[in-house]
Design a protein around this ligand. Structure first.
Ligand SMILES: Nc1ccn([C@@H]2O[C@H](COP(=O)(O)OP(=O)(O)OP(=O)(O)O)[C@@H](O)[C@H]2O)c(=O)n1
Ligand SMILES: C[C@](O)(CO)[C@H](O)COP(=O)(O)O
Length: 247
């Protein structure tokens, strides 16, 4: 789990993974989706380098925490080196997708285990997308029905992801982009709307609203593992101290 970003587009000063969401650090919510999945056996987190100890204490002993790098790709590369030798399937999941349903984690893992070397969750687009030149003029309008927005977790055969990360200087904004550069086929599966990435301030408002407004049963779908145990949304109230202690 790359979690070492600064969250510059979100603002607010605190590294994004430690920003509170419904009374808990965003990272804690993202980790819960992995813990609740049936397929994840080891979790490695790439944390902001100055906060490795803080994050390790926050997450507990079952999570290995290492120092992330300057860019997302550097953080993932470092985390890959910290995975146990016997792991054969690796999921890379943004800490910035805190409402990801565990069922999506399992669906990605299952597709890799079924024989696909690289699997990504995707959603269709609702906006039209245009390619625009540096002068602001539209170059072309790709047909929208063939475009997809790509989420995480992205799942890979470990040897494939390791080979992709051994490539140097490939411009890619996601892990599958590196695998594509290897010439390995990447398979898509349906993503989940709740797995959106918290990137800009309105995303945090949306995530807060989803957590606050979900009926207890529905909150499970919004990634809250203990929702439904307390009709007041008690899981968030109890965990409030986590976030406060991080400021
Ligand atoms: N050097 C970095 C940069 C990003 N990430 C992680 O990669 C994921 C996706 O990145 P993004 O949403 O872009 O987060 P930030 O880099 O924090 O955002 P910004 O670009 O606005 O600073 C996040 O979980 C983020 O913590 C990381 O581990 N190491
Ligand atoms: C990996 C990713 O979440 C897939 O959509 C996305 O590309 C990350 O981009 P960011 O700019 O590093 O948030």
């Amino acid at each position: 789990m790359p979690a070492a970003g600064r969250g510059e587009r979100l603002g607010g000063g605190t590294p994004k993974a430690l920003r509170a969401l419904g009374g808990k650090p965003m990272l804690v919510r993202s980790i819960e989706a992995l813990r609740r999945s049936e397929s994840v056996t080891q979790i490695v987190v790439a944390a902001p380098p100055t906060l490795v100890e803080v994050v390790a204490q926050l997450l507990g002993r079952d999570v290995r925490v290492i120092a992330g790098g300057a860019e997302r790709v550097d953080s993932v590369r470092r985390a890959l080196r910290a995975i146990d030798d016997d792991i054969s399937v690796v999921l890379v999941h943004d800490a910035a997708r805190p409402l990801t349903p565990p069922s999506l984690v399992d669906a990605v893992a299952a597709a890799v285990l079924a024989g696909h070397p690289a699997v990504i969750p995707v959603l269709g687009l609702t906006d039209t997308v245009k390619e625009v030149g540096p002068d602001g003029r539209v170059i072309r309008t790709p047909p929208r029905d063939r475009l997809r927005a790509v989420q995480t977790p992205q799942g890979f055969r470990r040897d494939v992801l390791a080979a992709a990360y051994a490539l140097q200087d490939i411009p890619a904004t996601d892990d599958a982009g590196l695998v594509e550069a290897l010439g390995v086929p990447v398979t898509t599966i349906p993503g989940a709307q709740e797995a959106f990435k918290v990137t800009q301030p309105p995303d945090l408002v949306l995530a807060e609203a989803l957590l606050a407004r979900c009926a207890p049963g529905d909150a499970r779908a919004a990634g809250d593992p203990r929702a439904g145990t307390d009709p007041r949304g008690g899981a968030d109230v109890r965990a409030g101290s986590d976030a406060r202690s991080l400021g």
